[in-house]
Design a protein around this ligand. Structure first.
Ligand SMILES: Cc1cc2nc3c(=O)[nH]c(=O)nc-3n(C[C@H](O)[C@H](O)[C@H](O)COP(=O)(O)OP(=O)(O)OC[C@H]3O[C@@H](n4cnc5c(N)ncnc54)[C@H](O)[C@@H]3O)c2cc1C
Length: 320
C-alpha cells in the first residue's frame, strides 16, 4: 500500500518535492511529549489548506491511512509506529489574527501562544489554556480544559476539511462539546482554524491569572518528565489521581514508565520508557483501581498507531 501511495503521489509531485517534503520512517517519539513510539511510514507538514487537501486527495484515491497530529501532547504512539501517512499541522498553520473581541487562530497554533497574544491584546478568557502544551486543533477536538475552564467556553466557530476536502464551518452548540470530547472526536474531520470569542480584560489581571495557574501546575504536576498530561479522565464523583494513589500505585514502575510520585494522575517517562511500558502501566493502574474501588478509569490519552498484537490481550481495549 505504501508503494501504491508513493506511485500515486509521484503523478502529482516531482521526485524532489516528494523526497524533501514527505519524510519516510520519521520517529514519532520526536513529535510527541511522551517521547515514546516508533516511526511513521510517512510524515508530512502541509504549508496551507490546499496543500493539505491535495495530499489527502491522493491518500484517498488509494485508501492510504492518514493520522493527524497536533503537538502530540495527548497521544501514546505504539512502538511499532504508525502505518500510513502522519500529517502534522505545524508552524505553517500557526497564524493568529484579531477582529474586535475575536481571535482567529490556525489549527497548528500553540495554545500557549494564543493565550500570550490574548493577554497582550487585553482579551480575557484564555489564561486557563496557557499551560496546556497542545495546538488549537488538538485542543478543540479534545475540548481541552484546566482549572474549571475549557475550550467550550471560548470557541465560537471552527473550520474543518469536510468529506469533499472543502473547508466547512461548525458554529456554537453544533460543536457538541462535552468533557474531553467534541463533534470532531471519532471522525476523519481535520480542524484547520478556530475562532475564539473573548472579553476585554486588564492585561495585569490576565498576567496575574496566568502566573498563578503556572505556579499551581509547577507545584502539583511532574512537568520535568515527558508525559501526556493527565493519564485518565476524571470519573464522575472521584479524582483519578486520588483513586490511583489510594490504590497504592503511586510510584509503581514498568520499565521506564512510572506513576508519578508527584501526581498519581500522571504517568511519566523516566527516560527510557517504551510505548509498551506505558500501555502496560495504564492497564495495571486501571486494574488496581477497578479491583479496589470498582471504578473503571478511562484514559484521557489516546493510543494511536500500530498496536497489533495488543488487542488480543485486551491491554488496550480503548485504543483508537
Ligand atoms: C504536561 C502536560 C499537561 C497537560 N495539561 C492538560 C490540561 O490541563 N488540560 C487538558 O485538557 N489537556 C492537557 N494536556 C493534554 C494535551 O496537551 C491536550 O489534550 C491538548 O489539547 C492536545 O493537543 P495536541 O495538539 O497536542 O493534540 P495531539 O496530541 O497531537 O492530538 C490529540 C488528538 O487530536 C487529534 N487532532 C490533533 N490536531 C487535530 C486537527 N487539526 N484536527 C482534527 N483532529 C486533530 C489527533 O488526531 C488526536 O486524536 C496536557 C499534556 C501535557 C503533556
Amino acid at each position: 500500500m505504501l508503494t501504491t501511495f508513493q506511485t500515486e503521489l509521484a503523478k502529482h509531485w516531482s521526485e524532489a518535492d516528494k523526497r524533501a517534503r514527505v519524510l519516510a520512517m520519521e520517529p514519532m517519539a520526536e513529535h510527541t511529549t511522551f517521547r515514546v513510539g516508533g516511526p511513521a511510514d510517512l510524515f508530512f507538514e502541509p504549508e496551507n489548506v490546499s496543500d493539505l487537501a491535495d495530499i489527502l486527495a491522493v491518500a484517498r484515491t488509494v485508501n492510504f491511512p492518514v493520522t493527524i497530529l497536533g503537538n502530540g501532547s495527548n497521544v501514546v504512539v505504539a512502538d511499532l509506529g504508525i502505518r500510513g501517512l502522519v500529517i502534522s499541522l505545524g508552524d505553517a498553520f500557526s497564524d493568529i489574527t484579531r477582529a474586535g473581541n475575536l481571535l482567529i487562530a490556525k489549527a497548528g497554533a500553540k495554545l500557549s501562544r494564543i493565550a500570550a497574544v490574548a493577554a497582550l491584546e487585553g482579551l480575557g478568557g484564555l489564561a486557563f489554556a496557557s499551560g496546556i502544551p497542545g495546538t488549537v486543533g488538538g485542543a478543540v477536538m479534545m475540548n481541552a480544559g484546566a482549572y474549571d475552564r475549557c475550550m467550550a467556553e471560548v470557541v465560537c466557530e471552527s473550520r474543518f476539511l469536510d468529506n469533499d476536502l472543502i473547508e466547512a464551518i461548525v458554529t456554537g452548540e453544533a460543536h457538541h462539546f462535552d468533557y474531553r470530547t467534541s463533534c470532531y472526536k471519532g471522525t476523519a474531520r481535520i480542524i484547520t482554524e478556530t475562532t475564539f470569542r473573548l472579553k476585554p480584560q486588564a492585561q495585569t489581571e490576565i498576567y496575574a491569572e496566568m502566573a498563578d495557574l503556572a505556579a499551581r501546575r509547577r507545584t502539583s504536576q511532574p512537568l520535568e518528565f515527558p508525559s501526556a498530561g493527565s493519564a485518565f479522565k476524571r470519573p464522575a464523583g472521584y479524582y483519578a489521581g486520588k483513586l490511583i494513589a489510594d490504590s497504592g500505585m503511586k510510584g509503581y514502575r514498568i520499565g521506564g514508565a512510572e506513576v508519578s510520585e508527584k501526581h498519581a494522575g500522571f504517568i511519566i517517562n523516566r527516560g527510557l520508557a517504551t510505548a509498551s511500558d506505558v500501555a502496560l502501566l495504564f492497564y495495571r493502574v486501571r486494574e488496581a483501581v477497578k479491583a479496589q474501588f470498582g471504578v473503571q478509569l478511562e484514559p484521557e490519552v489516546r493510543f494511536i498507531g500500530d498496536w497489533d498484537g495488543w488487542q488480543e490481550a485486551e491491554v488496550i481495549p480503548w485504543r483508537f
